[in-house]
Design a protein around this ligand. Structure first.
Ligand code: AHN
Ligand code: ZN
Length: 339
């Protein structure tokens, strides 16, 4: 429920009201030397509702695959814009044609939702909303050119961000927040073309590359960014991703420390992971905005992201509410603790 909030106990102190034991009606003989008491307001962090986030993922999956240029992609994009507008954000979209590495022209749309746009001090949260056109690591070769459901890869980050948006609508944070849903992240090099890796290093994350070169506001700035990618699988492990620690170590530490304090240390593990070319890489390297990636790593699976990754199995069965809660509550706590 909206009006129930989690009080962050670690920042809870000083309830004023009965200050310095003064009693009504008792005359003070001598004015005491004034002691400056710093009373900081308690930080109130909304409760992240994992059921709600889950239903936002389900809604996306129900549109069908969100492959750029398809009707199901367009419809889901309209849904996302209207949800964010419904939560009171000033939404702008970047509707652009982007060229994929294989020559496909993609009708792409970055969706930018600005909460409290008048505020100078801002935090940026992002996720990609498109889904991969090819299930190219599916165990069944017949699926290697079929679009996948994209519950975890595509749906999960957006679902968590929509749930955060729902709270931003009613509980304003001290800083302004921009939620950016990047398009065309997942149209990168097909597994069958993997020998062309160096030629097509930049075939992923086309929407974030576009935005980083052409931010919705010239010289856009924020304190930092947080990317959520593949954040729904039960038992996920979020390791320190290489570009995140390279470009934004302080933010990584801040987020992982909060996760630990909140009791989510089993998800946010204090361990180094690999470096992943994801949307945050371009936000860091092109725009120079420090941005971290919260992304599930599963070194035991064939492609390092989990057995379902880029397969037809990436459906709602791979979405776990406890994982959504860990990620969502951590990010909400980070945002609402910004002064
Ligand atoms: C690479 O596989 C190089 N980057 C992909 C990151 C990704 C794909 N995230 C979701 N799908
Ligand atoms: Zn993907």
């Amino acid at each position: 429920m909206n009006w129930i909030y989690l009080l962050c106990t670690s920042l809870l102190f000083i309830c004023c009201g009965t200050s310095s034991g003064k009693q009504q009606g008792v005359k003070e003989e001598q004015p005491q030397e004034k002691v400056q008491t710093v009373v900081e307001p308690a930080v109130i962090v909304p409760i992240f509702d994992a059921d709600s986030a889950y239903s936002f993922i389900e809604a996306q999956v129900n549109f069908g695959p969100r492959v750029p240029s398809t009707i199901t992609h367009r419809r889901c994009g309209d849904y996302l814009v209207s949800k964010l507008e419904g939560y009171g954000a000033a939404v702008v979209t970047q509707d652009v044609e982007l060229k994929a590495y294989n020559g496909d022209l993609l009708k792409a749309r970055n969706i930018i939702a600005q909460f409290q746009p008048e505020k100078q001090e801002r935090v940026m949260l992002c996720a990609h909303w498109d889904t991969r056109p090819w299930a190219d690591t599916d165990p069944d070769k017949a699926n290697h050119y079929k679009p996948l459901p994209g519950a975890n890869d595509g749906g999960s980050g957006v679902g968590v961000l929509l749930e955060i948006a729902r709270h931003l609508a009613t509980v304003p944070s001290n800083v302004g927040v921009d939620i950016i849903l990047f398009d065309a992240e997942d149209y990168g090099l097909h597994e069958n073309d993997s020998h062309l890796w160096s030629k097509h290093r930049h075939s992923w994350a086309l929407g974030s590359q576009y935005w980083s070169i052409n931010p919705h506001i010239p010289a856009y700035n924020a304190r930092y960014g947080i990317l959520l990618d593949i954040v729904g699988a039960p038992g996920s492990k979020f390791l320190y991703e290489g570009y995140s620690t390279h470009f934004a170590l302080e933010i990584v530490n801040k987020v992982w420390q909060w996760a630990g304090k909140l009791g989510y240390g089993n998800y946010f593990v204090n361990e180094e992971g690999g470096s992943i070319t994801d949307d945050h890489y371009y936000v860091n390297s092109i725009l120079g905005l420090p941005c971290i990636d919260i992304i599930n790593c599963d070194p035991d699976s064939p492609n390092g992201f989990g057995p379902y990754h880029h397969t037809m199995k990436d459906d709602m069965q791979w979405i776990g509410k406890s994982t959504l809660k860990a990620v969502g509550q951590t990010v909400l706590t980070v945002i609402y603790n910004e002064k």
